[in-house]
Design a protein around this ligand. Structure first.
Ligand code: F0G
Length: 410
């Protein structure tokens, strides 16, 4: 049987128990999956019978066999060989796993398909989260798909418009809190404890992490059952880096890959408690009271899964780095223009971090590197438009158009 376990004192909880923090020591939980069952699945190659997606790994997920899944076809995103960007950075084997290709435009859908399926399995009729944007967009869509009520708390005026529009059109109750993400998260944690009928779907919920671990599985399969040398990912609340590491670790335990990648987390300078802890070899974070960055998705000062993230980096002999807003925006444009991949600023931070680590000699030019770009560029069109040359307005005449293009009229 699969079960939930405290990451600190290892107290165990049942798979159908609604519990967000360990009742004994207060730390966060993770799912221990039933490895015996999966070993059988792997032996029979059952899991390979469907196309690449989160639910290809149904047997790897802590969901009962008879449960109907709530899905919009998540996962199966492209792993793009990035020769032109690699060349620009002096790298020979660079890949981009583009999570913007998910149904609502971010990696959150991997977690929400499993999280909302679990919510319905548990009989929940009302789900909630705090969010910098993408989590709320995703939860709103999956709650609509499941036909259940959804409430999202977002920091007032600080989330990108694309994401806000998604939460609104899917019919979520949107509360804009006059405060930041960390404060919003505290409220939803308290709400879910106080009103037990409201089910919490922030990444503190370990079922979300189970869905997101499929990102690690997929990368291995797309590289023909090899792990990359290094995995680079933006870090905010730190659920995703923990999830991807769990995915790689489980594939390793199952003998499906023979090595593990160095997990490398990137944060924005103004919101970097985890990167700072790792760089100073500390096992504890110092929360940032007023986080700031143009990459609003990762504008988080007190990441809830910081312990899991530090473990992932340390166990994998990885590292962490910080990047400035300018570096993030420059890289966003570079990626869009040399690879045709348009990502939101938070996503570009993984590649901005890569650039810096190459420059500082931390990364070897022949490493096989996978950068995860976490959200689609259309989530935040305002920032993109501000960075680019304005369109040239011309009269509706051929000569004016030729003139603007600098070509002579014949
Ligand atoms: N990239 C994007 C585009 C995100 O939206 C987030 C997190 C991250 C990276 C960081 O992932 O939190 O798992 O470390 N967004 C959350 C949200 C916090 O509310 O949408 P993480």
């Amino acid at each position: 049987m699969s079960y939930q376990e405290c990451i600190n004192c290892h107290e165990k909880y049942g798979i159908d128990e609604i519990v967000y923090f360990c009742k004994k020591c207060g730390d966060i939980l993770e799912i221990k999956i039933n490895m015996e069952k999966i070993v059988e699945t792997v032996k029979n190659k059952n899991y390979m019978k469907t196309t690449l997606s989160v639910w290809r790994y149904r047997e790897f997920m802590p969901i009962h066999e008879t449960t109907n899944v709530v899905t919009l076809n998540e996962g199966g995103t492209g792993l793009h060989r990035s020769e032109r960007l690699g060349e620009a950075l002096g790298l020979t084997d660079l890949w981009i796993k583009n999570e913007g290709e998910n149904p609502t435009g971010s990696f959150k859908d991997r977690g929400m398909t499993v999280g909302v399926t679990k919510a319905v399995e548990l009989g929940a009729r009302h789900v909630i989260c705090a969010s910098t944007g993408n989590t709320s967009a995703s939860l709103a869509a999956y709650a609509a798909r499941a036909g259940i009520r959804c409430t999202v708390l977002i920091p007032s005026g600080k989330i990108a418009y694309g994401k806000l529009s998604q939460a609104m059109i899917h019919g979520a109750k949107v509360l804009q809190v006059r405060g930041n993400f960390d404060e919003s998260l505290e409220f939803v944690l308290k709400l879910a404890e106080k009103h037990r009928s409201i089910y919490l779907l922030n990444s503190i919920n370990p079922f979300r992490i189970e869905g997101q671990k499929s990102l690690g599985y997929e990368i291995c399969e797309q590289l023909e059952h090899n792990a990359p040398d290094r995995l680079i990912v933006p870090v905010g609340n730190a659920g995703n880096i923990s999830a991807i590491w769990k995915g790689f670790s489980e594939f390793y335990k199952l003998g499906l890959i023979t090595k593990l990648p160095k997990m490398t987390g990137i944060q924005a300078v103004g919101s970097a408690p985890i990167a700072k802890a790792i760089k100073s070899h500390s096992n504890k974070i110092v929360p940032v009271a007023e986080p700031e960055t143009v990459a609003t998705a990762i504008r988080i000062g007190a990441p809830v899964s910081w312990k899991k993230a530090i473990n992932a980096v340390n166990e994998s002999h990885g590292t962490a780095e910080t990047v400035t807003d300018e570096e993030i925006l420059d890289t966003q444009k570079l990626l869009a223009q040399v690879e045709g991949i348009f990502v939101e600023p938070a996503s570009a931070s993984s590649i901005a971090g890569l650039k810096k680590l190459v420059r500082n000699g931390v990364i070897n030019k022949n490493e096989r590197i996978v950068c995860v770009t976490t959200g689609h560029g259309l989530k935040d069109p305002d920032t993109a438009v501000k960075m680019c040359e304005k369109p040239i307005e011309v009269d509706a005449e051929m000569s004016a158009i030729e003139n603007a293009l600098g070509i002579k009229s014949k």
